[in-house]
Structure formats: C-alpha cells, structure tokens
Design a protein around this ligand. Structure first.
Ligand code: SF4
Length: 411
C-alpha cells in the first residue's frame, strides 16, 4: 500500500527467456526461485512442498533429477505443479534427456559436473527442439578442475570462463535460450563474478550465494550478495540457498525484492523502532504479537510499532498504519495522523482491526473515519510525557553549559 522506493540503478538490459510462462530477463519482473528438498520420486511430498514454496513467493521451483525414479516423478509433478518446474542436473546427461521427456520447463546444467561436450550438445539439441531453456549453473565449489588449475583457484574470471565455454557448446547447436549463474559461497567472490558476467554476457542472470548456510547467517550472506547486485541493476531471477525449510528461501527472496521495490508488496512490511530508554511498552513483545496477527492475515500493508508517543508517530509517518505507546495508551496513526487513542491492552487488537479496514476501504476512507478529538487527546499525552521525561534526553543543554564554563575558566 505504501509507495515503493525504486532502486538506484536501472536494470541492466538482458535477453528474455521464458520458463514455463515466467519471463526471465529483458525487463521482466525479477523472479524468485527455490528448490525442493524431498526425493523427487516422492510425488505427493514434492508437490506439497512445491505448493508451499509457491504460496511463500516462489515463481519457479527446481527439483533434482538424479535418477530414473526422479525423472518418472517429474512426469507426474510437472502437470500438477502451480509453478514451472526446472530439473537440476549434475553428472548424468541421460537425466537431462529424461527430464525433458517428463516435460520440465527448464534444465539446470552444472558445467563442472557434466563435462563431455558431445553429451552437453545432445542435451542442448533436445532442449532446443522442445523450446526448453537451460541454466548454465556454474558453482565455485564444483568448478571444472582444468579451469581451477589455469586460474589458480575459483576466481571470478574462472567462473565466467566456465560459463563462456558451456555457452559456446550450446551455441554450436544453435541453442541460445540460456540463463547463467556464477555462484560462490563467498559473498565478495560471487559479487565480483556476477559483475564480470554482466559485462561479458547479455543472457539473463540467476543470482545466488551458494551454500549460504542456516539462518540468520545464510540470510545475511544471501541478502548482502544478491541485494548488492540487484541494487546495481544486475540480476533477473534469484535464489536464497539456505540450510533451512525451503519455504524460508522463497519467503526471503520475495521479501528482498519487495524491500528493494522490485516487486509489488503482497505481504506485511512491519517496521518497528529498536526501543530505547523512552519506550513505554515492551516493543519487542508487541512487535512480535503484531507480526503474528498480521502475517497470518496476509495483509499487503506497512505497519509501524513504536515504543513511545514522543517520537513514534513522526518517525513512522510514512507507514500506512502504526501504533505508538504512551501513558498506558496506544496512539493509532495512519500516515502519521492520529486517528484513535486506545487503552494499552487493546493496542494490538485495534491495530489489526484498522489494518483490515485499510486494506478493505483504503487509506483515505480510514483517515476520514478518524475519531473526533483523537489528535487533541494524543497531543495531551505527548505533552505530559514530554514534560515528565524532558525533551533533552541526552542532557545536551547541561553539557553545553559545562563546556562553556570550562572554556571560560581557561580564558
Ligand atoms: S520511538 Fe521512542 S521508544 Fe522507540 S526508539 Fe524512538 S525514542 Fe525510543
């Protein structure tokens, strides 16, 4: 509901490919990907996870295709999936051919693990005839040993060279429907590799920090790497690789895009002050309560929880809706304007009620429905607190007086 803040850099132009109806690159919205953790042969279990991932924000889901049973599972999963399915292929090119037979919308080939030129070309020819795109998915950890040796390690140049060689094989059989990833578990390395890839190719880029680990470290690494590149205009589709329930990956990916203003907000954006000595409530506890209550309702709204009425409404004036605490009461505000003052015990319920009304009726209608006298009531609370606690919380005036005396005595 709030205006989204555009990223600084314009999106770098790339070609567009189509993955089962989801456009990637060429100005299409940046998409979110995730990967199932079930055995692909377990059709029902995998489909349940695919649905959960789609609900959490995944636009495309990848499943491993490592054995015949997995390929057979894909044949049942693909037609029942709510989002396009991509098959993840390492070592065995027959698995890529089998996945194509199963009807997948995309393939991911790891050039470090699937190395024979003839096999790669066979897969590419088959994919070309079926109009199925391929991701050239280079990973620092599984870089081709020859390149590792030539470059003295998994450098950005080595990762990009690996992609270039594979793309040349694909081009030899007239296959251009490609996107590229050059992932590393080191954030600085992956940033350098993607920057170089972006200068080298015009194919869409799939961003990720590989093996980022469990949250919170995995989330921080992924956000730092993917977020930096997206803010530079680099990247067309993203995946968080977390050691966690993949639903967390999809949710985080979606949230990152929303926070960067690259996708429409479809869920809650909760902002809350960090709390300080002025706080009149347990900000952490109330913020958690609000988050639980609003997240389950899936309201696309920005909500603020602020610990005091002296600074809260002003600092969070951009939020669609917020609450600030003071003198055992909650000041409910919409776009910084106080619309109601409620007892402290009713703060969370009042906030949830108002959030639902705003989503149903719009901000203007709810501003018009503000309670008469709420502003005055809130102002009286603010004044009383201001007087009780003082405006000079840091005792700056006192310090200035002391500084003056010190300087004066020296003269
Ligand atoms: S809103 Fe109030 S309680 Fe929260 S950090 Fe700011 S001054 Fe402190």
């Amino acid at each position: 509901m709030s205006r989204s803040v555009p990223v600084v850099a314009e999106r770098r132009p790339t070609r567009q490919i189509d993955i089962g109806g989801v456009a990637v690159g060429g100005g299409a919205p940046v998409s979110v990907q995730s990967m199932t953790t079930t055995k692909t042969a377990d059709v029902e279990g995998t489909l349940a996870q695919v649905y959960a991932l789609a609900a959490a924000g995944a636009d495309i889901v990848r499943c491993t295709c490592n054995e015949q049973e997995a390929a057979e599972g894909l044949a049942d999963i693909v037609p029942r999936s709510p989002v396009p399915i991509v098959a993840d292929i390492h070592f065995h090119h027959e698995m890529a051919l089998a996945a194509l037979e199963a009807g997948v919308s995309g393939l991911r080939l790891n050039p470090g693990n699937l190395r024979k030129e003839a096999e790669i070309k066979q897969v590419a020819s088959e994919a070309r005839d079926r109009g199925v795109p391929i991701r050239v998915g280079v990973n620092a950890g599984s870089l081709h040993p020859e390149l590792y040796k030539r470059y003295g390690g998994a450098t950005a140049e080595a990762l990009v060279e690996s992609a270039r060689i594979e793309i040349a094989y694909l081009a030899d059989v007239g296959f251009e429907d490609v996107k590229i990833s050059v992932k590393a578990s080191s954030v600085p390395l992956m940033i350098a590799a993607y920057r170089l890839a972006s200068e080298t190719f015009d194919h869409p880029l799939h961003l990720g920090v590989t093996e980022a680990g469990p949250p919170p470290a995995g989330l921080i690494k992924s956000s730092a790497g993917i977020g930096t590149l997206l803010a530079e205009g680099i990247g067309d589709t993203i995946r968080y690789s977390l050691t966690a329930d993949p639903v967390e990956e999809a949710r985080a990916g979606r949230q990152l895009l929303e926070y960067l203003g690259l996708r429409e907000r479809r869920g809650l954006d909760l902002i809350a002050c960090p709390s300080c000595g002025r706080a009149e409530i347990d900000v952490i506890g109330v913020a958690r309560e609000v988050q639980q209550a609003l997240e389950t309702r899936k309201l696309p709204i920005q909500v603020a929880v602020m610990g005091c009425v002296v600074n809260g409404p002003g600092e969070a004036r951009e939020a669609d809706l917020g609450i600030a605490a003071g003198r055992h009461r909650g000041h409910l505000f919409i776009k910084g304007k106080i619309v109601r003052v409620v007892p402290e015990g009713e703060m969370v319920d009042a906030l949830v009620f108002e959030a639902e009304r705003i989503v149903a009726e719009g901000v203007e209608a709810r501003l018009a429905a503000a309670e008469v006298g709420a502003e005055q009531e809130a102002e009286a609370d603010r004044k009383a607190l201001f007087e009780a606690k003082g405006s000079d919380a840091n005792r700056s005036g006192e310090k200035v007086e002391l500084i003056r005396k010190t300087v004066h005595n020296r003269e």
